[in-house]
Write a protein that binds this ligand. Structure first.
Ligand SMILES: Cc1ncc(C[n+]2csc(CCOP(=O)(O)OP(=O)(O)O)c2C)c(N)n1
Ligand SMILES: [Mg+2]
Length: 597
């Protein structure tokens, strides 16, 4: 039997080491589906409920495996459905290759059924590389480039293959004019830093008295080097949200998250530092960095396209985080004065106490923070955590303490709703032997999560460690936006847009044969996590939590935080008045310089 283009595509994916494709079928990829069946499902075709979920699953897989992931959809509507997941990949710098079908070449340009201009559709999201395969000889070159460019640029790429091309006999490119042969395998370089720039960076860092680090996902794998630099410089380190798992929160000088979802120690460290070292991060919120003339800055980033952004850095060093920090260490002097670091360490210790106290403030019925703090206490050292973009992101950022080999991620830059459960599925295929926990709002569950529980129910028996816990923040509200409305304009809830229909997430999960518990009493949380984390199958914790617990910004003073939390949570009919007053204070503080410095 002859080999078709589709057969060759799958063979080439196998040669690339791609073991699964996250996809959804349609007649635009019938040729490809036939090939999966002939290839004995190698790579595996993993079916989601919606192409956007396939794309998120690919993003989750790529984020947690460090390898490029492939998603697949039919022409027209299937391709359109992939888009949001591909944008998530683009904005968080994740290598994902989308393979989509198209109508037959004979129909193209004829306003044919399901025909849309896919090259234009993907031009922005897959701008690094989007190509249509129109003759068999093109295939290896286009596929190899899509995978290689996705990896090299940490970006989504897309391949469009018309249905009839999928079924053509494959003929490789020849040694001829206008043929483009291709090859497999790439050794990626470790981008080495420039010696002269290293010395300039060391001069800036040695001169500083109060050095602050900001590390992002680019510093993952460089934790030991970061620790050494911090030790030499007597510094502290804040973490951008996507770099939350780059450093353990057990380290006393780690000030935690920064930014809108950040911690007070991170905020104050940036306000008071005289030197900023940013490693592997494109953290976008300048207002949380030092004043523009306050600190001398050094940035290290492997991507020359992302360097020099966000702050007037004095030294912009393009280099691999680990290699660059290693090369920097011998040039740094050990700072004798440890008072700055001691000051930060004390603030961090106090901050964790405050977080714990906040999580234990009574609420109606469950304080959402406690869901996270209780998990944090029980989290296995090798857990992978995903969070959705509602209020969960705040509590993930502030309440979850990373330690051991824990990994975590969310849609950091697109901040889209709905990826937590499909990310968790992607994580389970990347690491079937590790427990995975997804935190997700009820709005996101209704949008995507419920449907993807069906996907979990289908595949979980294949995972060597079957634990995948979905913790639902059941507040019957699109709470994050409700709070944004209140914070911005003191606007009362517009019930029509914000209230959610009540659904039992536990009942739904139970109907699929998954483990499930409804939690309505905070005292049951510890036991619920114990049950979920020792279950022999995936588990849904449907936690009824209080929509009136506000995500508090880090610039609120401790007194204001305490007063607000108490007033908001304990108050009853007076809640509204107090809440709005508290929020006005917060808004004023956002605009004004800090009073309590
Ligand atoms: C696709 C998408 N639609 C809308 C939004 C705006 N948005 C951000 S958070 C949020 C509410 C999320 O509600 P839920 O999932 O219930 O979580 P909660 O905040 O209530 O915990 C909305 C509507 C978004 N970020 N992404
Ligand atoms: Mg909600």
């Amino acid at each position: 039997m002859s080999t078709t283009v589709a057969d060759q595509l799958l063979a080439r994916l196998r040669e690339w080491g791609v073991t699964q494709v996250f996809g959804y079928p349609g007649d635009g990829i019938n040729g490809l589906l036939g090939a999966f069946s002939r290839a004995d499902d190698q790579p595996r075709f993993l079916q989601s409920r919606h192409e956007e979920m396939s794309a998120f699953e690919a993003v989750g897989y790529a984020k947690f495996s460090g390898r490029p992931a492939v998603c697949m959809a039919t022409s027209g509507p299937g391709a359109v459905h992939l888009l949001n997941g591909l944008y998530d990949a683009k904005l968080d710098h994740v290598p994902v290759v989308a393979v989509v079908g198209q109508t037959n070449r004979s129909a193209m340009g004829g306003s044919y059924q399901q025909e849309i201009d896919l090259l234009s559709l993907f031009k922005d999201v897959a701008g690094e590389y989007v190509q249509m395969v129109t003759v068999p000889e093109q295939l290896p070159n286009v596929l190899d480039r899509a995978l290689r460019i996705a990896t090299a640029r940490r970006a989504p790429t897309a391949i469009i293959i018309p249905n009839d091309v999928q079924e053509l006999e494959y003929t490789p490119p020849a040694h001829e004019f206008k043929m483009v042969p291709s090859s497999l395998g790439t050794s990626w370089p470790t981008v080495a830093p420039d010696d002269e720039a290293l010395r300039r960076a060391a001069d800036v860092l040695n001169a500083g008295e109060r050095v602050a680090l900001l590390v992002g996902q680019g510093a993952r794998g460089a934790a030991a080097e970061v620790a050494e630099v911090v030790d030499l410089l007597g510094a502290g380190a804040a973490k951008a949200l996507l770099g939350k798992d780059a450093l353990s929160d057990e380290l006393p000088w780690v000030t935690g998250s920064i930014g809108l979802l950040g911690t007070r120690p991170s905020y104050e460290m940036m306000q008071d530092c005289d030197t900023l070292l940013m490693v592997g991060s494109s953290f976008p919120y300048t207002q949380f960095l030092p004043e523009l003339d306050q600190a001398r800055g050094v940035q290290i980033d492997v991507d020359g396209a992302m360097i020099g952004l966000r702050y007037p850095f004095e030294v912009n060093l393009v280099g691999d985080a680990r290699a660059t920090l290693r090369a920097l260490v011998p040039l740094l002097h050990h700072k004798a004065d440890r008072s700055w670091q001691e000051f930060l360490v004390e603030k961090v210790a106090r901050w964790w106490e405050v977080m714990d106290a906040e999580a234990h403030v009574p609420a109606d019925p469950v304080n959402p923070m406690r869901i996270f703090s209780e998990f944090s206490r029980q989290a296995p050292d090798n857990a992978i955590v995903t969070s959705d973009s509602g209020s969960a992101a705040n509590w993930y950022a502030r309440q979850v303490r990373m330690r051991g080999d824990m990994r975590g991620s969310l849609s950091g830059t697109l901040a889209t709703m709905g990826p937590a459960v499909p990310y968790a599925i992607g994580a389970k295929f990347a690491h079937p032997d590790r427990p995975v926990v997804a935190f997700e709002g009820d709005g996101a569950m209704q949008m995507n999560g419920l449907a993807e529980l069906v996907t979990i129910a289908r595949y979980w028996r294949e995972w060597s460690d079957p634990r995948l816990v979905v913790a639902v923040l059941h507040n019957n509200d699109l709470n994050q936006v409700t709070w944004e409305l209140r914070a911005m304009g003191g606007t009362p809830t517009f019930v029509e847009s914000q209230a959610l229909p009540d659904v039992s997430y536990a009942d739904f999960a139970g109907s699929l044969g998954l483990g499930a518990l409804t939690v309505t009493d905070p005292e049951d949380l510890a036991g619920a996590w114990q049950a979920a984390l020792s279950a022999d199958r995936p588990y849904v914790l449907d936690v009824h939590c209080d929509p009136d617990v506000p995500p508090i910004p880090p610039h609120a003073t401790l007194e204001q935080m305490t007063a607000m939390a108490a007033a908001l949570i304990k108050g009853d009919t007076s809640r509204w008045g107090v809440m709005k007053e508290g929020l006005r204070t917060k808004a004023q503080e956002l605009l004004a310089p800090r009073q309590d410095a």
